[in-house]
Design a binder for this molecule. Structure first.
Ligand SMILES: [Zn+2]
Length: 418
C-alpha cells in the first residue's frame, strides 16, 4: 500500500480543492481519499510526500489520432516510410503522452488494436486506450480516402484497419460489426465534412441518410459500444443527434441551432469541441482548410459558451495527428480561452471525459474504487492552466498505481536527470 500525502487534491468531480490531502492506493486502485489529518496512514504503507504539489486524476484526451503523423497524402497513405518506422513513431507518441500525465486516450480512428495490446503487455508505455479503429462514412465522406485525382490509397491493405466505407443499411450494419471485430471500443462515424476534408465536402455538407444512421447507432449500442460522431453543422449534425449518437465531435455550428444544444443537455450527449486542431487548421497550407477554419471560428466559440450555459457535458479532445502531436493539455488552454473556468476545463479532461468514454467507474476522478491514475503537478492549474503543458511541471504520473514518470529530482547542469 502507498499513501500520496500532503498535496492539494483536485479530484475531477468539480468539487473544491482539498488542501493537505491523502490518497491511499492498494495495488492498482485508490481505496481512500480525504484530508490527511483525518486519515492516519495504514500500517506498513509507504508514504510519498507531495507537499507543495497539486494532485489531479490522470488526464484524458477524448479525441486523438495517435497513429496519424501529418495530413500529407504520402504520409496518410504510408508511402513515405516503412510501416515499421511509422509504428515505432506512434510508440514514441504513446510514451510521451503518458509522461505528460495523460493516462487515458480515446483514439478517433487510425490506431489499430495491436497498440492497445502492446501497452497492456508492457511492450511500450502508453495511456489506456479506447479505440475507434476507423471512421465510418458513406462514399465521399471523410472515411473514404480518395485523392483529388480519384486514386484510392491504402484501403484494405491493412487487415487491422478494415475498409470503413458503408452505403445502405446492410453495409452500415456489417461495417459496425467489422470494426468491433477489429477491436473497436467505440464506433466513430461522420455525418458531415470538416475543415480539412476534401473540397466539395465541407462542414455543413451531409453524409449518411437517416435510416443509415439509425442502423449504425442501433448496431453499435446492441454491441455495447458508444457512438462518437464527427459532425460540424447543417443537416448531417441534426441527423446524428436525431439518430441518438453519444457524443458530437467538433459541433462547430451548433450555435446556429440552439434547440440541438438543448437536446444534447437533456439527453446527456457530450460535446467534444476539439478547439486546438482548428488553431492549426487556421494556419493550414491548404487554402480551403484555412478558409473553412476561419469561417467557423466565431460560431465554434459561441457554441462552446452556449453548450456550457445549457449544461451540456463538454470533454477535452485535441484531434491531434494531422498537425503532428502538440502537447495535449493545450486543449485545456483553448477551452479556458473559449469561456470555461480552469476547473471546468479540468473536469472536461477528467470526470466528464471519463463519462464521455463510459469509463467513469474506473478513471477520471480521485475517489475510492477508481484506478490509481494520478498526476502530481508543480503549481496551481486553477491559476494557470498552461502549466500542464510544461514537462518540468508534471512531476509524477501514476497509471494503475504504477509510477510511470518521476521528474522530482532537479536537472543537473548538463540537463540530465541524476
Ligand atoms: Zn478527428
Amino acid at each position: 500500500m502507498k499513501v500520496l500525502a500532503g498535496a492539494t487534491l483536485i479530484d475531477g468531480t468539480g468539487a473544491a480543492p482539498v488542501g493537505d490531502a491523502a490518497v491511499v492506493i492498494d495495488g492498482d486502485r485508490i481505496i481512500a481519499t480525504g484530508p490527511r489529518a483525518s486519515m492516519p496512514p495504514p500500517g506498513g504503507a509507504e508514504v510519498i510526500d507531495l507537499a507543495g504539489l497539486t494532485l489531479l486524476p490522470g488526464l484524458i484526451d477524448t479525441h486523438d489520432h495517435l497513429a496519424s503523423h501529418g495530413y500529407a497524402l504520402t504520409t496518410r497513405w504510408g508511402l513515405d516510410e516503412p510501416a515499421s518506422t511509422t509504428h515505432l513513431r506512434t510508440g514514441t507518441v504513446l510514451e510521451r503522452i503518458l509522461a505528460m500525465g495523460y493516462t487515458t486516450v480515446r483514439d478517433a480512428g487510425g490506431l489499430d488494436a495491436g497498440f492497445k495490446l502492446a501497452v497492456e503487455e508492457g511492450l511500450v508505455d502508453g495511456p489506456r486506450l479506447s479505440l475507434g479503429v476507423k471512421i465510418i462514412s458513406p462514399t465521399g465522406g471523410i472515411g473514404d480516402s480518395v485523392s483529388p485525382s480519384g486514386h484510392c490509397g491504402g484501403v484494405g491493405t491493412d487487415p487491422l484497419l478494415p475498409d470503413s466505407v458503408a452505403n445502405g443499411i446492410d453495409q452500415v450494419r456489417a461495417v459496425v460489426r467489422t470494426m468491433v471485430r477489429a477491436g473497436a471500443d467505440v464506433i466513430k462515424c461522420a455525418t458531415t465534412g470538416g475543415a480539412s476534408s476534401r473540397s466539395g465536402h465541407g462542414p455543413k455538407d451531409a453524409a449518411f441518410t437517416r435510416d443509415e444512421m439509425r442502423v449504425l447507432v442501433d448496431e453499435a449500442h446492441a454491441l455495447g459500444r458508444k457512438v462518437m460522431c464527427h459532425a460540424l453543422g447543417g443537416p448531417g449534425l441534426v441527423l446524428a443527434l436525431e439518430a441518438g449518437v453519444d457524443s458530437i465531435e467538433h459541433g462547430c455550428y451548433l450555435a446556429e441551432e440552439p434547440e440541438l444544444i438543448a437536446l444534447m443537455a437533456e439527453r446527456g450527449i457530450v460535446l467534444t469541441p476539439t478547439l486546438l486542431v482548428y488553431v492549426h487548421h487556421r494556419e493550414s497550407p491548404a487554402p480551403h482548410v484555412r478558409e473553412r477554419a476561419h469561417a467557423l471560428h466565431a460560431r465554434h466559440v459561441e457554441t462552446v459558451q452556449m453548450a456550457l450555459a445549457a449544461g451540456v457535458k463538454i470533454s477535452a479532445g485535441t484531434d491531434a495527428g494531422g498537425h503532428g502531436h502538440p502537447v495535449n493539455a493545450r486543449e485545456l488552454e483553448c477551452l479556458v480561452q473559449a469561456g470555461l473556468s480552469p476547473m471546468q476545463a479540468l473536469q472536461a479532461a477528467t470526470g466528464l471525459a471519463a463519462e464521455c468514454l463510459g469509463w467513469e467507474r474506473d478513471v477520471g476522478t480521485v475517489q475510492a474504487g477508481r484506478l490509481a491514475d494520478l498526476v502530481a503537478v508543480d503549481g496551481d492549474p486553477l491559476r494557470d492552466i498552461t502549466l500542464l503543458q510544461s514537462p518540468e511541471r508534471i512531476k509524477l504520473v501514476y497509471k494503475g498505481g504504477r509510477l510511470c514518470a518521476d521528474r522530482r529530482a532537479p536537472l543537473e547542469a548538463d540537463g540530465v536527470r541524476p
